[in-house]
Design a binder for this molecule. Structure first.
Ligand code: GCB
Length: 599
């Protein structure tokens, strides 16, 4: 599925704004056909936004179940003769969509796009009523998983095993889009080099007929640098400008479907020419070793919740540049494609993650789920979940495969990984990821502390080692010398695997403004000393090719006795202002190449 875009043959209309909204407390909307007319007793709701933090009452913020959204939109007059598509970039977690009185789409999975052809239900020049039932329920058969418990009084509570607030709503833009009847359905590129010549292998899928395909690549100044024809082909660019860290040079690939001289469709794609490879314990970009400096992040903002917002993300990118980061992980779900576009442009490297987070009952502390129940079993995460997980991996790679910024896939964060059941679950999923990506980027899971070196049965199946470790925080709390010793011990083990190691999380909660001498956990001083201690150990290992601090910024979580107004491990506050440690890290990350942090 290609994103909607404007081109000489295509047009799109953003449906963002204020929609009608109503909670469905008794889950009666479907039977009561709430989509059949104007949504009654509705209030206003912003799209895109999480609905949760718009409200001031707890019951609304923590609501579990279905909520309804509705908007009336005009289909542009000029769209006669086109296929009309309704496209949602993200509805969290389940969507049932109606055009007028007809159900046109059902989709589960809160962070990836879906669309439906509504040509039969939408006339150019007329209004179409769009109604969406949004359900935020997580079960053992959703990615991420969760469990709903019902109290004696009938009150439903959503439990989940991941450490961020279960925001819900229409989180990214919704579009009406017009496509020609014969259209580019998909484009894939694989890039490489032959000496100074850049190679762009492309493959085009067409919907609605078999026609001639022409491909044209232009440089950033708009000069045509290569042309080819046919649905599969190679474009050769003499003296190509490589896409690299900090220099996101992008070519424009125009795919044109033609019938003689008649243009049937035209689709544009940004292309960065670069290679990604693993060589022993090195991660190579364009054949050169790279060291990742950056963060696990979140799509998380005051009031907006998990909604995408351009201004907020531009600020995040500016903060990343200021601090000297060159990369981030889309912890713990695919981010808006707009974010990847920004990363492409800025030359930031991205570890792209599925929403498979919290697949670990041993981490269920405080969630009222019996942490002795098996993570993988017919009653919990089972074959059905695995099939859905496989589809999510395919959908993620289908959406993000062409972004030059994406250099690795993480198919899960901190799942149970020390058991035979985990190995049986993940082995086929790793293969799905590998075969779905024509660029064959590295694939892995992000390993949890409970499955340290020697115990994890899944990381050895991965292309690279990605580990989250909290020595000096959750263990050896406040004792940095013993944290360093523990880090050294375990890392020496992983180093023997002979694969690149990325520390995908390490961090310490820090209350901004809290100072303690000597340094004490939660103080700004402790975050500084903790990070210095970890870096001293990391710098001892050549096999470590990346350090991603947890987290870029403070973020919202469910309330609980270990979270004070959310997770405070950010180097920036939730308002994106630096804590003391941000200045410290900045000195490390901006130090010249060859120095600690390895430029
Ligand atoms: C982790 C998780 C992350 C949490 C973090 C923490 O290992 O991957 O989602 O937020 O620890 O702060 O506990």
């Amino acid at each position: 599925m290609l994103r909607p875009q404007d081109s000489p043959t295509r047009e799109r209309k953003r449906l963002d704004g204020v929609w009608l909204f109503r909670f469905d407390h008794a889950d009666e909307g479907l039977a009561g056909r709430w989509y059949a007319g104007a949504l009654r007793d509705a209030r206003a709701m912003a799209v895109p936004a999480s609905y949760n933090d718009i409200f001031t009452d707890l019951a609304a913020r923590e609501f579990v179940g279905a909520a309804w959204y509705q908007v009336e939109a005009f289909v542009p007059r000029g769209w006669t003769g086109h296929r009309i598509v309704l496209h949602f970039e993200s509805v969290t977690h389940h969507a049932t969509v109606f055009a007028g009185e007809t159900e046109i789409a059902r989709h589960s999975g809160g962070y990836l796009p879906f669309e439906a052809d509504i040509t039969e239900h939408a006339r150019p020049g007329e209004r179409v009523r769009i109604t969406v039932r949004v359900d935020n329920t997580l079960t053992w058969q959703t990615i991420p998983p969760g469990v709903v418990s019902t109290s004696r009084s009938g009150e439903r509570t959503q439990r989940y095993f991941h450490d961020f607030f279960n925001y819900a709503g229409i989180h990214r833009s919704a579009w009406l889009a017009a496509r020609p009847p014969v259209a580019v359905d998909d484009v894939s590129v694989v890039t490489g080099f032959d000496g100074a010549t850049g190679l762009v292998d492309y493959a085009v899928a067409i919907a609605g007929g078999t026609v001639e395909v022409r491909a044209r690549l232009s440089d950033a100044d708009g000069m045509v640098v290569a042309e080819a024809s046919g649905p599969n082909g190679r474009l050769e660019v003499a003296n190509a400008v490589a896409w690299r860290i900090g220099h996101g040079y992008l070519y424009d690939l125009a795919i044109r479907l033609v019938d003689g001289e008649r243009l049937l469709d035209e689709y544009h794609l940004n292309v960065g020419i670069r290679t990604v490879a693993i060589d022993g314990a090195r991660l190579l970009l364009n054949g050169e070793p790279v060291y990742l400096r950056g963060f696990g992040m979140h799509e998380d903002h005051v009031t907006l919740g998990k909604a995408h917002n351009d201004a907020m993300w531009l600020r995040d990118i500016e903060c990343l540049k200021w601090i000297g980061a060159n990369s981030f992980r889309t912890s713990h779900y695919p981010y808006s494609e707009d974010v990847l576009d920004l990363a492409d442009r800025e030359g930031l490297l991205v570890i792209d993650e599925t929403p498979a987070v919290g697949m670990n009952t041993a981490l269920a502390a405080g969630t009222a789920v019996d942490s002795r129940s098996a993570t993988f079993s017919p009653e919990t995460i089972n074959d059905e979940t695995q099939a859905i997980h496989g589809q999510v991996i395919r959908d993620l790679i289908a959406r993000d495969k062409n972004h030059p910024s994406v250099v690795a896939w993480s198919i899960a964060n901190e799942p149970e990984s020390h058991t035979e059941a985990a190995e049986a679950y993940f082995r086929p999923l790793l293969e799905i990821a590998r075969s779905a990506d024509r660029q064959r980027r590295p694939v892995g899971i992000v390993n949890v502390m409970l499955a340290p070196y020697g115990m994890c049965r899944v990381t050895p199946l991965c292309d690279l080692v990605m580990i989250n470790r909290y020595w000096g925080w959750y263990v050896q709390t406040g004792n940095l010398p013993s944290a360093m010793a523990a880090a050294r011990r375990e890392l020496s083990g992983w180093a023997r695997e002979g694969k690149p190691i990325i520390i995908t999380e390490y961090g310490a909660d820090t209350e901004p403004g809290m100072h303690r001498l000597p340094a004490d956990p939660w103080s700004e001083e402790y975050q500084v000393e903790y990070l210095d201690a970890m870096h001293a150990v990391f710098d001892e290992f050549e096999e470590i090719v990346g350090e991603h601090v947890w987290n870029f910024a403070d973020f919202a979580t469910r309330s609980g006795i270990t979270r004070v107004g959310g997770n405070k491990k950010g180097l920036f506050t939730r308002e994106r202002q630096p804590k003391m440690s941000a200045h410290n890290i900045r000195r490390r990350w901006l130090s010249p190449p060859g120095k600690p942090g390895r430029g």
